[in-house]
Design a protein around this ligand. Structure first.
Ligand SMILES: Nc1ncnc2c1ncn2[C@@H]1O[C@H](COP(=O)(O)OP(=O)(O)OP(=O)(O)O)[C@@H](O)[C@H]1O
Ligand SMILES: [Mg+2]
Length: 232
């Protein structure tokens, strides 16, 4: 059995709203092993994106801990956390977030200019584009690419720093079914080739079924998802 890469202990997140506290996450705990692919489902507003942000070191919990490779992320300084975000965690979003004025290759290179990285950026970006099947599109601008292709560029960008953890917030949400399927096949290939741990938010039960297991959030807590229930 592979080692535990990510350990989440009693994560709570609340925000002040008016005079009240809104409890978004109410004590979430789970572990993810290296090479494991987990689908995170739940109704709109149940806290999926909030949890993903905390796992990715973008947001901090009010209570609880997140260990990545045995490092307690939220006890780190902002600078150290930024370094871990840039080296160990890759993130992809529903709407790709490519920079419109840069080519596919330049977009993929971006994370290498943020932290200290030894590799030659252009060479490595081309290698990543090859990995996602888009080497021949290196010099295309995002607007010249289909949605599925743009998402593949975003995945290449997320993986260029060789992270162990890939967080994906509805990565197929803006894609037609065929392009969505391609992204899911790519995830399957990448997690085997790179021993990636993938945590993927989705509303779609068919998409969730591609993962090894499913965690279902309801109102900020994990709850069993009944068999056959739509993951809404
Ligand atoms: N910055 C914020 N300020 C106030 N409330 C917030 C903030 N961010 C999120 N929330 C609230 O927290 C709850 C969870 O939001 P979150 O975006 O995590 O849900 P989600 O499960 O990702 O939903 P969806 O499926 O619609 O993307 C929602 O009720 C949302 O309104
Ligand atoms: Mg969300």
């Amino acid at each position: 059995m592979q080692k535990v890469l990510l350990s989440v202990e009693n994560v709570q997140r609340s925000l002040p709203l008016g005079g009240n506290q809104v409890h978004i996450l109410r004590g979430v705990s789970f572990e993810a092993r290296s090479g494991e692919w987990i689908a995170l489902t739940g109704p709109s507003g149940s806290g999926k994106s909030t949890l993903l942000g905390i796992l990715g070191g973008i947001d901090r919990p009010n209570e609880g801990r997140v260990f990545l490779d045995d490092v307690d992320l939220h006890r780190l300084s902002e600078a150290k956390l930024a370094q871990i975000r840039n080296s160990k965690i890759g993130v992809v979003f529903q709407s790709f977030h490519l920079l419109p004025g840069l080519t596919a290759q330049q977009n993929v290179e971006v994370p290498l200019y943020i932290g200290p990285h030894s590799h030659r950026a252009a060479e490595l970006a081309l290698k990543m584009l090859r990995l996602v099947g888009l080497e021949d599109r290196a010099h295309h601008m995002p607007r010249q690419l289909s949605g599925g292709e743009q998402q593949r560029v975003a995945i290449a960008r997320a993986l260029i720093t060789q992270p162990h953890l890939l967080l994906a917030d509805e990565p197929t949400g803006n894609l037609d079914r065929a392009s969505g399927k391609q992204i899911l096949s790519l995830f399957a290939e990448l997690r085997s080739a790179l021993n990636l741990t993938i945590i993927m938010v989705t509303h779609d039960p068919a998409v969730a079924a591609c993962a090894d297991r499913r965690l279902h959030l309801v109102d900020g807590m994990f709850a069993p998802a009944a068999q056959g229930e739509a993951a809404l």
